[in-house]
Design a protein around this ligand. Sequence first.
Ligand SMILES: NC(=O)c1ccc[n+]([C@@H]2O[C@H](COP(=O)([O-])OP(=O)(O)OC[C@H]3O[C@@H](n4cnc5c(N)ncnc54)[C@H](OP(=O)(O)O)[C@@H]3O)[C@@H](O)[C@H]2O)c1
Length: 336
Amino acid sequence: MKAAFITEPGPADSIQVAEQPDPTPGPGQVLIRVYASAVNPIDTYIRSGAIAMDLPQPFVPGCDAAGVVESVGLGVKGFAIGDRVWCTNQGLLGRQGTLAELITVDEGWVFKLPEPVPYEDAAACALVGVTAHLGLFREAQLTPGESILIIGGSGGVGSMVVQMAAAKGARVITTAGSEAKAQVCRDLGAEEVILYKEESIAEKTKAFAPDGVNVFWETRREPDFDTAVDLLAGRGRMVLMAGRDARPAFPVGPFYVKECSLHGFVMFKASPTEMKTAAEDISDWLASGKLSANISARFTLEQAAQAHALQESATLEDSSQLAGKIIVNLNTESLP
Ligand SMILES: NC(=O)c1ccc[n+]([C@@H]2O[C@H](COP(=O)([O-])OP(=O)(O)OC[C@H]3O[C@@H](n4cnc5c(N)ncnc54)[C@H](OP(=O)(O)O)[C@@H]3O)[C@@H](O)[C@H]2O)c1
């Protein structure tokens, strides 16, 4: 099989694509023929060494994949050869990743993919969908009728948060860096969009929710707590999931006097049960059309380095080229 891999952390062009031995599923593992993989910012942090993790040698990056079960290891009960599946949480904590034609994944991280859903849609909604689900429902406990401000509504995570919050019956206001991205956000279910490069986030949010928003979802790597606490309603919840090196000022007094709460989390620390709860909703919502993929760019496996470079420039240099997920298509000649 062909795979994209690195032999040591480095820049995007240190990714090589070459033949590698086919993996064999161990006990409790599923062997998947991958048709689509997605790129996430964390793939680039691990590949570059910005986040140090134990890496198998060579290391295949990638958290997300969708494809078909090729074989199963001893003791696998939930999956059979030929099942359409998706997975996330790979390429992390010593596990091999998903930028390979064949991957082995522990059964607990694999989920059924309903028949009408395209492989690339499932891959595009995998890590970001689980992240949105955990943040909205396990952490912020969003309820129908509440209001939510999402910074970055057309991004990978943001586009999932917008759709899930709107589907829950919340009122959604979000930000976008261009009119084209604003239209993406409206199509996903946002009631109001702030063109943050020319409009004030604070003014538009106060007009939208004069008593404050119930939830503030921050996707930037430099969170702005002064604005967030100012815009939150009493007992408002702020979701925080980006910006490992950020050390911003924090308005302690206004925060506790308003009885706000702060919810930080990383999706890859969710238990298999928590991830399954999110994944089952994601599969159902993809099948019913309640959730749709927001794909911005597509690459082949041979272009894996380009896919990483694009994600990196969007995340670290704010290049504005992306308006959704990056997909890598694999095994296209045998796509069923
Ligand atoms: N904790 C976790 O479990 C977890 C999970 C997934 C991701 N993350 C992290 O979350 C962050 C976002 O991930 P992603 O996959 O959604 O990335 P992404 O697809 O690149 O999206 C980034 C978003 O940020 C917006 N943005 C950038 N600069 C902005 C600014 N100055 N003001 C307002 N919006 C701005 C962009 O909107 P415009 O293009 O409209 O400017 C875009 O929508 C990354 O740092 C990632 O590492 C954490």
